[in-house]
Ligand binder design. Structure first.
Ligand code: PT1
Length: 279
């Protein structure tokens, strides 16, 4: 199952690892070390050498309680980084944004995937994505990054996330975005308590059973910290365990800070899933 990213094609019948490059001063686990375009390029080089086939660039943190960033500031952060990476590396560049204007500036600079944690519900976002013609990742979030962890509530988190994503796919199709350009993401940590996240992970196959590719982002998140009582720097093993459970249930893209290790975990999962039972 190939997906076309502005001329670059990825085979999403096999799993991929998306490496994270944050160009924010307040990113929760990198501490904003990759703020300049140079630093972003340096980080992207490493992630690609480690096996990332997609680089996700974000200029506005969406972690719980983070503050919003103005559109000009967000463009000022991401565009130079995208241009630098696009000029040097043969990799799909993803823009992690909720804003239509940032989507336009980023795709013009060389991004070919729109990763919107708000699932294109923002002003003009659906239309911008349709006009830009690149694939989109639609993520489920209850509330906004500022408030989402205050009182998350579901009667059935798995079916509610699944229904939300189906509704956003329908909105995309109505706006002229074809299903062949849509990736789904249940949004781990976005308006979900520990039990919500665990239930979603246990039943991820409900989401992967829609025929669209599923992206999962659990890298270093507080779901791991809450279960194991460990700080952000200690969460690699937990991240790999959750990534493996996701791949086993059919997830096709793992968003990660630790690409080298995540590629190893994903490859092992593939070997187990593909072994011939009879020779
Ligand atoms: C994600 C994701 C993302 N996560 C996609 N994009 C973040 N498609 C940014 C915590 O609980 O999962 N999918 N872009 C980072 N957001 C968070 C959320 C970081 C929760 C940390 C937590 O610690």
């Amino acid at each position: 199952m190939m997906m076309d990213f502005a001329g670059k094609s990825l085979d999403l019948s096999a799993p991929h690892v998306m490496g994270i490059v944050n160009v924010t001063p307040d990113s929760f686990s990198d501490g904003g070390r990759f703020f300049s375009a140079d630093k972003a390029l340096e980080q992207a080089r490493k992630l690609v050498a480690d096996g990332a086939t997609i680089i996700d660039i974000g200029g506005e943190s969406t972690r719980p309680g983070s503050e919003p960033v103005g559109v000009e500031e967000e463009i000022r952060r991401v565009v130079p980084a995208i241009e630098a990476i696009h000029a040097e590396l043969d990799v799909v560049i993803s823009i992690d944004t909720m804003k239509a204007e940032v989507m336009r500036a980023a795709v013009t600079a060389g991004a070919s995937l729109i990763n919107d944690v708000n699932a294109l519900r923002g002003d003009g976002a659906l239309q911008a994505a349709a006009e830009l013609g690149v694939p989109v990742c639609l993520m489920h979030m209850q509330g906004s990054p500022q408030t989402m962890q205050q009182q998350p509530h579901y009667s059935d988190v798995v079916s509610e996330v699944n229904e939300f994503l189906s509704e956003r796919v329908a909105a995309c199709e109505a706006a002229g975005i074809s299903r062949s350009k849509i990736i789904l993401d249940p949004g781990f940590g976005f308006g979900k308590n520990a039990r919500h996240n665990l239930r979603l992970m246990k039943h991820l196959s409900v989401i992967t059973e829609s025929d669209l590719p599923v992206l999962v982002g659990v890298s270093r998140k507080s779901i791991i910290g809450a279960m194991l009582n460990i700080s952000v720097e200690e969460r690699l093993a937990g991240s790999l365990a959750l990534a493996s459970i996701a791949i086993w249930q059919g997830a096709k893209i793992i968003r990660s800070h630790d690409v080298r290790e995540t590629v190893q975990a994903v490859r092992l999962c593939e070997h187990v899933m593909q072994v011939n039972d009879f020779d």
